[in-house]
Design a protein around this ligand. Structure first.
Ligand SMILES: NC(=O)c1ccc[n+]([C@@H]2O[C@H](COP(=O)([O-])OP(=O)(O)OC[C@H]3O[C@@H](n4cnc5c(N)ncnc54)[C@H](O)[C@@H]3O)[C@@H](O)[C@H]2O)c1
Ligand SMILES: [Zn+2]
Ligand SMILES: [Zn+2]
Length: 358
């Protein structure tokens, strides 16, 4: 199969012929139709996060089931699926407690079923969707309705689930709340949409890029801050009568903006870290102020998703035109153009790029 292979930071991705086996027990072979380009791929590409190499990047994919392995009961050939980058074992403490997005059972799995010149090639986050095919555990492919276009469906597999889920599942934002979103890429714009869905009364979007701020308004932001030209905290305080916001969401993964997002919440407010920083970084907050003012700082992984029920729910919202995925896509490219897509991401240009594969 054709796949974009990553050898290491600074080395451009190359499209190569990678060998892929059939699915093992409890696994499925998925033909990838589309895969979105997420900033987490960029973190791997730059070496901010260290993983075994060579690797097939990509984790925001959608496609169709090509083959099913032994014991697979819930999926059949031809089913339309979105890939989930947290397959769940349905047996561990987290899974049985109703938090499948925290399942760690597949994290240490090393059998890849993909190889190049006889050596293993690893799939990023157990997906590896910048390729014609992926082998994933059954729970890593979520069946969706057939009338959902797969070019939009792929974005549900990471940015949309993470962003909307951070608002609805993780923070459980109440109607009428004030919300700040710092960083308006694919994840941040999905947070803006999630806030609009929950009827937040004030949705303040901040970014360094005018184009993103304009988009944020289309997605429901009521206020915008160009944080390169203005002081973010001053602006938030002015917009909230000096109180601060009920909820803030950081969607960049930058230590400074995480601290700013925390500073921007009111007494008793909640700051949510959605952006994922490079490994080993530390933030600095004042613990006395945190207790004295009952400020909350919480983390969010994958929008606290229960993919089996949340992906189909988000798709229904899309079909009802309550969730806009179409406007999040600015570029459709081939596997060969991935390097340019990451260049664009580095410069903060464009919205989501999707790769058309199948
Ligand atoms: N928690 C999770 O489960 C999860 C899931 C997916 C992605 N992520 C993380 O979310 C973050 C965002 O991902 P994305 O795909 O939306 O990225 P993106 O590159 O599409 O968007 C990032 C946005 O941040 C803006 N930005 C950068 N620096 C800024 C600054 N100093 N101030 C204001 N705005 C700034 C950029 O202009 C851009 O619009 C990444 O860290 C990614 O790893 C987390
Ligand atoms: Zn992602
Ligand atoms: Zn589990």
């Amino acid at each position: 199969m054709k796949a974009a292979v990553f050898y290491g930071p600074g080395i451009p991705l190359t499209v190569e012929d990678v060998d892929i086996q059939g699915p093992g027990p409890d696994e499925v072979l998925v033909k990838i139709h589309y895969s979105g380009v997420c900033h987490s791929d960029y973190r791997v590409l730059t070496g901010d996060w260290e993983y075994p190499k060579p690797m097939i990047l990509g984790h925001e994919g959608a496609g169709t089931i090509e083959q099913v392995g032994e014991n697979v009961k819930g999926l059949k050939v031809g089913d339309h699926v979105i890939l989930s980058w947290i397959p769940s074992c349905k047996k561990c403490f987290h899974c049985i407690s109703g938090r499948p997005h925290l399942c760690e059972s597949y994290e240490t799995k090393t059998e890849t079923r993909r190889s190049l010149h006889g050596k293993p090639v690893y799939p990023e986050f157990r997906v590896g969707s910048f390729a014609e095919y992926a082998i994933v555990p059954e729970s890593g492919a979520i069946k969706i309705r057939d009338d959902m276009p797969l070019d939009k469906a792929c974005l549900i597999g990471c940015s949309v689930m993470t962003g909307v889920g951070s608002v609805i599942n993780t923070a459980k934002v109440e109607p009428g709340s004030s919300v700040l979103v710092v960083g308006c890429g694919g994840v941040g714009l999905s947070i803006v949409q999630g806030a609009a869905l929950t009827s937040a009364s004030k949705i303040i979007a901040a970014d360094l890029n005018e184009e993103k701020l304009k988009k944020a308004v289309e997605f429901g932001a009521t206020h915008t801050i160009h944080s390169g030209k203005n002081d973010l905290i001053e602006e938030v305080m002015r917009m909230t009568d000096g109180v601060g916001v009920d909820y803030s969401f950081e969607a960049i993964g930058n230590v400074k903006t995480i601290e700013i997002a925390y500073e921007a919440i009111r007494t008793g407010g909640t700051a949510v870290i959605v952006g994922q920083a490079a490994s080993g970084q530390k933030i600095s907050i004042d613990p006395f102020e945190m207790s004295d003012r009952e400020k909350k700082l919480i983390g969010c992984n994958y929008g606290s998703a229960k993919p089996d029920i949340d992906f189909p729910k988000l798709i229904d919202l899309y079909m009802m035109k309550k969730l806009d995925v179409d406007s999040m896509i600015s570029h459709v490219v081939g596997l060969e153009e991935l390097n340019e897509a990451f260049e664009r991401m580095k410069k903060g240009k464009g919205l989501r790029t999707i790769v058309k594969i199948g």
